[in-house]
Design a protein around this ligand. Structure first.
Ligand code: DX5
Ligand code: ZN
Length: 209
């Protein structure tokens, strides 16, 4: 299982990224919020473009925005492995998928806690990853929503039935008391549990167990 570290709750992003860079974490999860799709707003690309100054890790970009299309050209310049967008947005999902693939970037679609996981089925054979939200998008440090576990099983069965290789990533509220329930997923996204700990590597190693 791979770990993607979110720095959304960090009060010193350069320091957090520098500390994550010397761990064995697989990806840096970059939460991007536009103040429209979700109420909160994060830094814009003009600030996030500095991320590679602090880390050589591949980036896992999570766009919580209504119009991701115009951002993809920017983020594609960074060291990006995945770009994930939400389903209930203003841009056309097929266009977003095509644009990411044209850049050679893997595309993920995010499913919110209130969504039926089957909303992603029409896209399943065209995407690389499903980002299952286990908290409502918008804030770090929220409680893990347990109904996500049923969604993981349902989605895994569907991916297997169709003989696809779509990855499953789970995002939000993951800590040392629930991470073992996520053994079967490909990637877990963890923010607070890692960056609020005194030893990032120790927290990451524990999340992998
Ligand atoms: C929520 C974000 C998550 C979140 C993860 O909107 O998408 O990536 O920051 O942080 P924790 O692990 O603190 O829930
Ligand atoms: Zn996220």
């Amino acid at each position: 299982m791979k770990i993607s570290a979110s720095f959304l709750g960090s009060s010193n992003i350069p320091l957090t990224l520098t500390k994550l860079n010397i761990t064995d974490v697989d990806y840096i999860h970059v939460d991007v919020m536009d103040g429209k799709y979700v109420l909160n707003k994060t830094f814009t690309f003009s600030q996030f473009k500095e991320i590679p100054l602090y880390t050589r890790k591949r980036l896992d970009i999570h766009l919580m925005v209504l119009n991701p299309l115009k951002l993809i050209d920017d983020y594609a310049n960074l060291n990006v492995e995945f770009i994930s967008v939400h389903l209930n947005i203003l841009d056309d999902i097929d266009e977003v998928i095509k644009k990411c693939h044209d850049y050679g970037i893997k595309i993920g679609l995010a499913v919110n806690p209130s969504d039926d996981v089957r909303i992603v089925y029409p896209y399943l054979d065209k995407i690389d990853l499903v980002l299952l939200m286990s908290v409502n998008p918008g804030l770090p440090g929220q409680e893990f929503i347990k109904t996500t576990l049923t969604k993981i099983n349902t989605l895994k069965d569907e991916i297997k039935r169709r003989k696809l290789e779509t990855l499953i990533s789970v995002d939000g509220g993951i800590n040392f008391s629930n991470h073992k329930l996520l053994k079967d997923v490909d990637i877990i996204v963890s923010g607070s549990t890692i960056i609020k700990s005194s030893d990032y590597q120790e927290a990451i190693t524990k999340l992998r167990q």
